[in-house]
Design a binder for this molecule. Structure first.
Ligand SMILES: [Zn+2]
Length: 149
């Protein structure tokens, strides 16, 4: 499975989240050989739980892993501080980012820690998040911990 195919799994989660009225960020954790370990999406709105981001959901669904250095975390949007902290805490080796246009995240902070960052600059990810931010700005800014309009 290549990075684009991996992103398709995360994007399907983001799309499902959008249709549920949630923040459309999807993610998936893969083993080094491309085996899917877990997939998930931001369900902060759906579950009324601010701790469920796409990355944390996929991470939890994957269950315990003995090491994360050889794992690949794929996410439709550049990770926030909370998810970036998770990546560094568990030493996840590779992070594939669908887009960093709508939210730049903290990719340099991850690179400094030796995380391999793969940016795909995917137009479908950019479009979906743009639509969401335009229609639900308050939910979006709440999600990234910033003040809204
Ligand atoms: Zn996050």
């Amino acid at each position: 499975m290549n990075y684009t195919e991996m992103l398709a799994v995360a994007f399907a989660e983001a799309q499902a989240g959008f249709e549920e009225g949630g923040v459309p960020v999807g993610a998936a954790l893969f083993a080094a050989d491309g085996k899917l370990l877990g997939r998930g999406r931001n369900r902060r709105v759906q579950d009324n739980d601010p701790s469920v981001h796409g990355e944390t959901d996929a991470f939890r669904k994957a269950g315990r892993q003995t090491s994360y250095r050889d794992k690949i975390l794929v996410t439709t949007l550049a990770p926030c501080w909370y998810c970036s902290g998770l990546i560094r805490q568990f030493n996840i080796g590779t992070v594939v980012v669908g887009e960093s246009v709508n939210f730049a995240g903290h990719l340099d902070w991850l690179r400094e820690a030796g995380v391999k960052i793969v940016e795909l600059n995917d137009s479908a990810c950019i479009d979906l998040m743009s639509r969401f931010i335009a229609q639900s700005p308050r939910i979006w800014f709440e999600d990234i911990g910033e003040d809204c309009c």
